[in-house]
Design a binder for this molecule. Structure first.
Ligand code: NCD
Length: 331
């Protein structure tokens, strides 16, 4: 994996990003979004990588991230194939999963992967040929770097500096928060609030890496009116639960009525705050909040596709072409 140090070759975790690269991705995403407003711009984008092929290897449930990546590939003209159901594969004959993915990777230039095991993405980075690019689309309850990129971009659009950013919910298993906290850690004047019941708090492997000011609390109600960004997350029940009795046992100290935004507490939220959620939501945000101008989670989803276009174009070195393509930008 040492040979694969740069984001250019693989995007595996949030620690790989520096502020320069993040700024570059945000600016590139802005350009791509502008280009996409015209037919000519879209045609230009789809002419950039027509000879590249990507495999989406998604072994955990996914629809939004899967589609977001697939459409990001389409936008750049990249052809995609997918593996989601391994019962159709020789893995059923006893082949190791590493070998299976290595075999599939021979047909493509890029592997985009989601897997329940946190280490699998690192093993894959070691195992695949060095010329095959890799993107982590979610590695167990550890990291989700491209979700962090789109979240970072969304916050960047509304202003990053001097902001108080609150993460709410299951921060122990929530990989999006774990990755995003590491990206936000690159903005020195930001302040992070981790708001969760003690047994769902963010783990020290992340907080040990933080240089920015951060606070940990159980008190959502007390913090709500202080926050500029409210990042809600769902309980990640799939990581700790084998059956219904586990569910009841494990979740007895997670009070859904506390870690929730609804018509009842929305008035406490700052006028110019933004409310984010990586989705899917369960009970964390009541549907009536959707109509509020501070609810930005649908926009966040859309930003996901555009930031993935930006990342992939950077990995395949066509970002300069995009930067030089302003003749299509709508006046
Ligand atoms: C997130 C994930 O998969 O970690 N979803 C996503 O990628 N949009 C968040 C979640 O599942 O709670």
């Amino acid at each position: 994996m040492e040979k694969r140090m740069s984001v250019q070759n693989y995007c595996i975790n949030a620690q790989q990003f520096d502020l320069n690269t993040l700024n570059k991705i945000c600016e590139l995403t802005d350009k791509i979004r502008k280009l996409s407003e015209t037919e000519e711009g879209l045609t230009f984008l789809s002419s950039l990588l027509p000879n590249k092929r990507a495999m989406l290897y998604f072994k955990q449930p996914s629809t939004r991230t899967f589609l977001s990546f697939q459409n990001a590939c389409y936008i750049l003209g990249i052809k995609t194939s997918e593996i989601r159901d391994v019962t159709t594969s020789s893995e059923m004959k006893g082949e190791s999963e590493l070998d299976a993915v290595k075999t599939f990777s021979q047909y493509v230039d890029l592997v985009i992967m989601r897997h329940r095991r946190t280490d699998f993405i690192y093993e894959i980075a070691d195992h695949l040929d060095q010329n095959i690019k890799i993107i982590n689309g979610g590695s167990g309850n550890d990291q989700h770097p491209t979700q962090a990129l789109l979240d970072f971009y969304t916050i960047y659009k509304y202003g990053l500096h001097g902001k108080k950013i609150g993460f709410v919910g299951d921060l122990k298993n929530g990989r999006t928060v774990r990755s995003l906290a590491l990206l936000l850690n690159l903005i020195p004047d930001i302040e992070l609030y981790f708001i969760a019941p003690e047994s769902y708090q963010i783990k020290s492997d992340i907080t040990n890496k933080l240089k920015v000011n951060y606070h940990m609390t159980e008190d959502f109600d007390g913090q709500l009116s202080e926050l500029d960004v409210i990042y809600m997350t769902r309980l990640q029940s799939e990581y700790e639960v084998n059956n219904q009795s586990d569910l009841e046992f494990n979740h007895r100290d997670f009070d859904h009525t506390i870690y929730r935004i609804s018509g009842n507490n929305l008035s406490k939220v700052k006028e110019d705050a933004i409310i984010l959620h990586p989705l899917p939501r369960v009970t964390e945000i009541a549907p009536e909040v959707d109509k509020d101008k501070r609810a930005k989670y649908w926009e966040q989803v859309k930003n996901g596709m555009w930031t993935r276009v930006a990342l992939i174009s950077m990995m395949f070195n066509v970002d300069e072409k995009i930067n030089e393509g302003p003749q299509y930008i709508k006046k």
